[in-house]
Design a protein around this ligand. Structure first.
Ligand SMILES: [Zn+2]
Length: 176
């Protein structure tokens, strides 16, 4: 039952000014993005460079490694950042519906776990749609993991970016 609930989510287009941090100044967002995006998400979504502590890795994953732990610690404890964005993107070469044999650990294993958790949903779609669904599920999984690991003061947002249309969508769990 839990897994079924976790796969229900909605996408809402991010409008100018619809995200809470765009009204204030100073570093206030930890941005966890993907290394192979084309790096234009922040500009398109209206985030100023001085508002963002940017961290990127393969597939915008929150991994249990020194770099990721140190970045989270620095953002939350030193900069007192209280808003984290996990932003994936359509057309990702890392996060795909089928395993990428060139991907190292732990990234390949993390994605295998997402695929196995959502086999039923992924099997309902194919091709590009399957890749896009996997991108969304991966973001949702990272958001859920991060949210559980942080206290309630920290808000975690999941975004997916569509470069073709220069549009961002917020991913939220659907009410059941
Ligand atoms: Zn990517």
């Amino acid at each position: 039952m839990q897994d079924q609930l976790r796969t229900r989510y909605e996408l809402h287009q991010v409008q100018s000014g619809s995200m809470p941090w765009q009204q204030s100044k100073g570093k206030q967002v930890l941005w966890i993005g993907c290394s192979d995006s084309d790096y234009d998400e922040l500009e398109t979504l209206g985030l100023q460079p001085d508002q963002v502590l940017e961290y990127r890795n393969l597939g915008n994953m929150v991994t249990d490694d020194l770099s990721c732990r140190a970045t989270l610690g620095y953002a939350l404890e030193q900069l007192k950042i209280r808003e984290i964005v996990v932003c994936g993107h359509y057309g990702c070469h890392i996060v795909q519906g089928s395993p990428n044999p060139g991907l190292p650990e732990p990234w390949s294993k993390n994605l295998d776990v997402v695929r196995s958790q959502h086999t039923h949903r992924l099997d309902q779609v194919s091709g590009q749609e399957r890749d896009r669904t996997m991108v969304e599920l991966n973001i949702l999984g990272q958001v859920q993991n991060l949210s559980q690991a942080q206290n309630h003061e920290v808000k975690v947002f999941g975004l997916v970016y569509d470069r073709a249309s220069k549009t961002g969508y917020q991913i939220t769990e659907a009410a059941c």
